[in-house]
Write a protein that binds this ligand. Sequence first.
Ligand SMILES: [Cu+2]
Length: 493
Amino acid sequence: MSAPLRATRVALALLMAVVLAAHVGSPDVYWSGKAGPYPIDVVVRPPQVVPGIAEILVRAPDAGIERVTVRPVYWRAGSRGAPSADEAKPVQNAPGMYSGRLWLMAGGSYSVDVGVQGRAGQGIAVVPVAAVATGQLQLSGGLRILLVVLGTLLVAGVITAVYAAAGESQVPPGEAIPAARRRRARVAASIAAAIVAVLVLGGAKWWTAEAKAYASTLYTPLRTQVVVRDSAGAPTITLRVVDTNFREGRVSALMPDHGRIAHLFVVGVDTVGVLAHLHPDQVDFQTLRGPLPPLPAGKYRVFADVVHETGFQRTLVDSLTLAAPLAASAVRLDRDDAWFTGPLVPVSSAASLGDQITLAWAGDSQPVVGRTGVLHFTLHQPSGEPVTVEPYLGMTGHAVVMRDDGKVYVHLHPSGTSAMASSLAFALRDRGDTTADGRLRMGAGEMGMTSPQPIREISFPYAFPSPGRYRVWVQLRIRDSVRTAGFEVAVKQ
Ligand SMILES: [Cu+2]
């Protein structure tokens, strides 16, 4: 079946909107970086159904740029097996903006390759995108009523026509219909009604089966169970994916992102502001385990970001309750593990990072859904000098965004929402760095930030996906310790 046809059919199916990929409820991909010599910002809106159309928006402000192209690369096919690039059209009245649309034909890990050509040569940016069916489109109430009315009229019309054809139409105009013919007409109409009933019921059955088959391809977060053990002063957290689809051979293996197999965030629900950023180890294919910091008692949400060797990013989600505060671990936590139990500050004031260094919200103080440029922060220290930030997991900084109800969660960097491992997976596959059984041959790993940098500000490309009360944490490494700032922000529609 052709993709548009299938998409249309799917579009007519009924709705059950669900969630995510490497995030929760925040499907758009934000990417910031360079395509060759040109700095660009890319936003990819993946389709809600697969196959479906992804919308790509590129901001390429360099005046020397002549052409911007976009191309979807499926992880398995690689760039050699990908369709040719499509031209992204300049957006009217928005200099430096280009937009394109691409069909994503299969579910799974894609990269959108953004090509830029201009006076300074050409370059390509590889933007990882997860194509997952996140919902079925809803029939609107009005359309549904209209279709029911039309269907009823159609059925009634067919039966009436048969009744008339077998009875009235056989009798010259003006004459009375003989009783025998009337009876025959009734029999014919009954048979027609039975046939129509079989067709309608059969059709409904087919339709339901199709809708069910589609629903089974919908992406839902894998069922994960979290267990906390607090024995011998060494509290540990264990995450076990219980979904039977998460088995060796069924999904590709996990690959490290900045040397860590998982980036785990434990976020306080009632103890507002509490955040732990941890790096458990993989103890078997389905299980992650690591030490916990001394967290206060309370309810927590747990989000674990992992990357598969296909480049597919995934967030495992669960919650946990600590009946009593955890003891300080006798086991030394990792140098990159960090936790924060401070208060959240409103966007109007600056958060303290210790050592009299502050981080202030410099983006929109009244953020609106869909508007970019909101996660912008300024750093300040009493001397007025820029603040020297050391690489933290290969990044200048990390940000975690969560809506109060946990229905929106994303972890991002100044380079955007994609894990660097995801880009690496595409690069390795394209170079042919794979083993005979299709595994990636890991080399030096991702690059990212490697040396300290004095900065006065930091930005994360992002737009809030929905209204509500949000918490935003920013983490930076300064003087060899990870500092966290937490903000509370109300996002309007
Ligand atoms: Cu991060």
